[in-house]
Design a protein around this ligand. Structure first.
Ligand code: GRG
Length: 304
């Protein structure tokens, strides 16, 4: 940001992340106590508390704060987003989907608890997510809570995350996937949950319609950016490890942004997405916007 000489308030991003991570982890732990029936609650906790980056909850809380809301009003929604993220990972890892043995450095849910319990743990997390928002949100008018629930259901359902996953599964092994299709897959599969996180945070925090829509656009760009950067890292990592086995996605012949655009154009696309994301934040109080600005920059510049 050399070209930008507007005064920027000092912001300790590391301390911000550490603080949010600790509050989110504590809230998640409390949201799924070990109770009867024991096995299913164990399976839910096993994946939910396995140490993810908590990207969705942190974006959700930061979006609440940028519109002037306080963290507690967004916390149940923030937890619900992590529950849904976790259920999507549990189901994505199943033999009928990606068939993965490891997740977050540990054996996948179905490897530990068996397929039936893994499916059910995902289902129960999805139900609990909606219960959290409906029952645990405090200090927010009911109309806002209902609006949030509607947004969430739409963004993860058959027009949202599920649509992205369906397109992804059916595009596997296809050689004619174009840029439009790839963007569709990732806007739905990856960006929709981030969109839900940010939109729910903004709604709970009392954002105006205009603020909610700006933050929606911010989240869509940032979500797509996450995937473009991921694809670029996959290429640069595997070329660094030349001679060793290439990244799994390359072997599987999965379509990626670098495959369709080349590395240079992919980097330009990433830059454009980050600029659009940052542009959406321009009208907000810079002090309140600092966390979302830093989060998008972090997504853009992460090295692993
Ligand atoms: C949501 C109703 C509903 C169904 C799910 C299986 C499925 C349908 C969707 C799959 C979605 C999926 C696995 C998307 C990939 C998301 C993604 C970017 C995962 C990586 O997340 P990280 O790196 O993981 O943030 P951590 O472990 O840090 O949380």
């Amino acid at each position: 940001r050399e070209e930008d000489d507007s005064p920027r308030p000092a912001f300790d991003f590391k301390a911000y992340l550490a603080g949010k991570l600790a509050s989110v982890n504590e809230a998640l732990d409390g949201a799924v106590p070990l109770r009867d029936p024991l096995r299913i609650h164990e399976a839910m906790r096993y994946s939910l508390l396995a140490g993810g980056k908590r990207v969705c909850p942190i974006f959700c809380i930061a979006a609440c704060e940028i519109v002037g809301g306080a963290q507690p009003v967004a916390m149940p929604a923030a937890c619900s987003l992590e529950m849904i993220h976790t259920m999507s990972l549990i189901h994505d890892d199943l033999p009928c989907m990606d068939n993965d043995d490891l997740r977050r450095g540990k054996p996948t849910n179905h490897k530990v608890y068996g397929e039936a319990i893994a499916v059910l743990a995902g289902d129960a997390l999805l139900a609990l997510a909606f219960e959290q928002i409906a029952v645990k949100t405090e200090g927010v008018p009911p109309a806002r809570i209902v609006r949030a629930i509607g947004e969430l259901a739409r963004l993860i359902g058959a027009e949202g995350v599920v649509a992205g996953q369906v397109a992804d599964v059916s595009s596997e092994g296809m050689s004619n996937v174009g840029l439009k299709e790839l963007e569709f897959i990732h806007l739905k599969k990856t960006a929709a949950l981030l969109e839900a996180s940010v939109v729910l945070g903004a709604i709970m925090g009392g954002g105006s319609n205009d603020e909610v829509e700006k933050l929606r656009s911010f989240a869509r760009s940032t979500g797509l950016l996450f995937q473009v950067v991921d694809d670029i890292l996959d290429v640069t990592k595997s070329s660094q490890e030349l001679g060793k086995t290439a990244g799994k996605d390359l072997v599987a012949g999965k379509v990626t942004f670098p495959k369709l655009l080349g590395i240079e154009k992919s980097r330009e696309f990433a830059k454009e997405l980050n600029q659009n994301a940052q542009g959406q934040l321009a009208g907000f109080d810079p002090k309140k916007a600092a966390p979302l600005v830093a989060l998008a920059d972090y997504v853009a510049s992460r090295q692993s």
